[in-house]
Design a protein around this ligand. Structure first.
Ligand SMILES: O=C(O)CCC(=O)C1=CC=C[C@@H](O)[C@@H]1C(=O)O
Ligand SMILES: [Mg+2]
Length: 368
């Protein structure tokens, strides 16, 4: 497969509602799209899931743009690529920068699947045709608003509800939620807001019959999570501690978690995602696909990867309409009663709406 041209887009899209976590609030999403053009005018698309500020990890959009322009795109443009897996080796000399690598690698995977005449899910080895999804709710500023938001999403049929917690907004919030919703599948995401000094509070979470507690301790930590998991019944799910296959291998060996929230951008792309998937499948560690407030391109990639067999728990890939007045793909992603259908169409399975992309493009560069 020859990559004749690469187009880099910096996008700005206003989300319908602000999304607040323990480290900040986001509404005006600034992210990247990568388009790779092969022979016969076929394009592959990938999304860079950074934000304007390095709040989630050390990566941010301006830095990702530079990483792609200066180092990664030159390795790929005007090159023959035998298989998207080859990019792992090609990108190896450059450390981390996983979201930048994932944006370009994802576009090449989409092009590869289209040229093979199959869906991206199929190219990845995905077998599932339907995917159960949940929804991640940001921190609300009142109990009433949180209860109302949960009720709305339960009524829409989402298969699990994820709420954010942080010190001072945890036990009481969960008591209130469980008072209204004693039996819904419920999980919490702490986004690293706690330490082992909070052990008694973290033990108290066992009372709420949570599916899991996501990333309670420091980003990147495995040792303290392993100590914590031995002392609480609630399964720990890791997000910001799993940036690679190696992290996943060590987390499993140490017993740092019982579940992993896989994010394609965080681990450096679809090839790494497949490797982590296979490792976790063999170790009996279930996965679900996390979200980074993606546009439809990133959402499509998340659906494709969640078609792999060991993605057995509902992920965060909610409908496009939860985030955007109008998405940049057609058709939009629509979860029906908390279930998404994996597209049979080739590649990511959705058409990229070039007019919509143009409306939200604030910078663009063509490499050929
Ligand atoms: O895309 C979605 O709907 C999930 C959003 C979400 O929960 C997150 C987005 C980005 C960083 C995190 O704060 C958080 C997460 O931990 O998954
Ligand atoms: Mg998380």
């Amino acid at each position: 497969m020859r990559i004749n041209e690469v187009v880099l887009y910096k996008m700005q899209m206003q989300m319908k509602n602000p999304f607040t976590t323990s480290f900040g609030t986001e509404q005006n999403r600034e992210f990247l799209l990568v388009e790779v053009k092969g022979d016969d005018g076929i394009s592959g698309w990938g999304e860079g899931v950074t934000s304007e500020r390095p709040l989630y990890s050390e990566e941010f959009t301006l830095q990702s743009w530079y990483m792609l322009e200066k180092f990664l795109i030159p390795l790929v443009v005007n090159q023959e690529i035998t298989h998207p897996d080859d990019l792992q080796e090609l990108f190896k000399p450059y450390k981390r920068n996983h979201m930048a690598k994932s944006a370009l690698e994802g576009a090449v995977w989409d092009l590869y699947a289209k040229q093979c005449g199959e869906s991206l899910a199929t190219s990845l080895g995905g077998t599932k045709k339907r995917i159960e999804v949940g929804i991640s709710l940001g921190i609300e500023d009142s109990y009433e608003k949180l209860i109302q938001a949960i009720q709305e999403k339960v009524d829409e049929g989402y298969k699990r509800i994820k709420i954010k917690i942080k010190p001072g907004k945890d036990i009481e919030v969960l008591r209130e939620v469980r008072k209204h919703f004693p039996n819904i599948p419920l999980m919490v995401d702490a986004n690293s807001a706690y330490t082992l000094d909070d052990i008694n509070l973290l033990k108290a979470l066992d009372e709420f019959n949570l599916m899991m507690i996501e990333q309670p301790l420091t980003a990147g930590d495995l040792i303290d999570h392993a100590k914590l998991q031995k002392q609480i019944n609630t399964p720990i799910c890791l997000d910001e501690s799993i940036h690679s296959f190696e992290d996943a291998r060590q987390a499993i060996e140490l017993g740092s978690c019982k579940i992993i929230n896989l994010k394609i951008g965080r681990v450096g792309g679809l090839t790494a995602s497949k490797r982590i998937h296979d490792l976790c499948e063999n170790a009996g560690i279930p996965l679900w696909c996390g979200g980074m407030l993606e546009s439809g391109v990133g959402r499509a990639h998340n659906i494709a990867v969640a078609a792999l067999a060991n993605f057995t728990l509902p992920g965060d890939t909610a409908s496009s309409s939860r985030y955007w007045e109008k998405d940049i793909i057609q058709p939009e992603v629509v979860a029906k009663n908390g279930v998404l259908t994996v597209q049979d169409a080739i590649g990511i399975g959705y058409e990229v709406d070039r007019n919509e992309v143009k409306k939200h493009t604030v910078a663009k560069k063509v490499f050929s």
